[in-house]
Write a protein that binds this ligand. Structure first.
Ligand SMILES: [Zn+2]
Length: 366
């Protein structure tokens, strides 16, 4: 049965599809190299095992929920969004799963124990089967809300498989390499297959304050699919970012960057953003959550960046610190719940689709 969230994700696309087909066909006829193609968010292309890695940046209104589906259909969900709102975030995750053609999630990685990441676990596992939960180990933040989040999480996943991850661990998914870079405040020194190189952006980086919150404990991952690389560091904050990439950068360069901490300005140091040199970034901000102008500018100005996509208009920032509307899934005044979907190929090429507009932009291989 289709869910309300599924309808929200799909119906605007279907409504728009008919009128867009003609326009896009005409466009493609005259613009074969312009990088825009017809909508790809359709049943026909949704089945797994098509040789594609699919990544859904699901709108959980300023939290994180990122679904990765390997060509084999094996899946990894990074974080689960918020609790409450009548199960809104679980429904949105289910809609993405439906689009991807999967019925269970093999691995759920909880980056840290803040509500906007772990809060959705009970509602999610009431609806779907999960293979294993992964997290950085016990809560480290001395705050009542976070202690409560952790207690609810541990209770909710009782009876499920749980694995504590450490830097250097891998998450086994057929066809992908998923390496844990950071966890519980520690970080990796070298990623297998990548030679760490001196990071020229360290010398000019300013000092960052200690962060005693769970953010600094975030479990962060590097996902490699052939030549395509995706970086998701949860809400890792500046001091730990700099520790990860200075003086040597163990990550190398990436294709797609999930803007750390929803675009908060106590994350996204220039030393890490410039060093990993993303081609495309997706910022999972909310309308009034994160999306800070200083962080937006650093990502926007990163050498090599082609596009900065946003899940929402950052309504507390000015127009100069928001991307063009076509790159925003949920612009001010146009509802919410729309996602970004990424389809990557092993040659390093990929596309990003804004599910609100149905428009897809292609990024050729390097
Ligand atoms: Zn967060």
């Amino acid at each position: 049965m289709k869910t309300a969230a599924h309808e929200r994700l799909q119906s605007p696309l279907r409504r728009r599809h008919a009128r867009q087909v003609f326009a896009f066909t005409a466009l493609l006829a005259v613009c074969a190299l312009c990088g825009i193609s017809a909508p790809q968010f359709s049943r026909a292309q949704a089945a797994p095992s098509t040789g594609q890695l699919r990544i859904y940046s699901i709108d959980v209104e300023g939290g994180q929920s990122t679904l990765l589906v390997a060509p084999s259909g094996e899946s990894l969900l990074v974080d689960t969004g918020w609790p409450g709102n009548n199960g809104r975030d679980a429904e949105r995750i289910l809609a993405a799963m439906h689009d991807a053609g999967i019925k269970r999630i093999d691995h759920v990685l909880i980056t840290h124990f803040h509500t906007d990441h772990v809060g959705g676990v009970p509602e999610l596992i009431a609806k779907i089967e999960v293979g294993e939960f992964l997290d950085h180990g016990e809560n480290r933040e001395d705050a009542a809300d976070t202690r409560n989040n952790y207690a609810i999480y541990v209770k909710a996943i009782a009876g499920h498989q749980r694995r504590i991850v450490h830097p250097g661990d891998t998450i086994p998914i057929d066809g992908l390499s998923v390496v844990v870079l950071t966890a519980d405040g520690e970080h990796i020194g070298a990623v297998p297959g990548i030679t760490p190189t001196p990071n020229p952006w360290c010398a000019s980086e300013h000092a960052w304050a200690d962060d005693p919150t769970e953010n600094s404990r975030s479990a962060g991952i590097l996902v490699t699919f052939g030549k395509f690389k995706f970086l998701d560091l949860g809400d890792l904050t500046g001091k730990k970012e700099v520790a990860l990439v200075c003086p040597n950068n163990p990550i190398g360069t990436i294709d797609l960057y999930l803007v750390t901490h929803h675009g908060m300005d106590w994350s996204n140091s220039r030393a890490i953003v410039n060093a990993v040199h993303p081609r495309v970034a997706i910022m999972n901000n909310g309308a009034h959550k994160a999306g800070k102008p200083e962080a937006w500018q650093i990502v926007h100005d990163s050498p090599g960046l082609i596009d900065l996509w946003q899940l929402h208009t950052a309504e507390d920032a000015d127009a100069a610190h928001n991307s063009p509307e076509g790159l925003i899934a949920n612009p001010k005044g146009d509802g919410d719940g729309h996602a970004m979907t990424v389809v990557a190929l092993p040659d390093g090429s990929f596309s990003v689709t804004n599910t609100r507009t149905g428009q897809t932009k292609q990024y050729p291989r390097n």
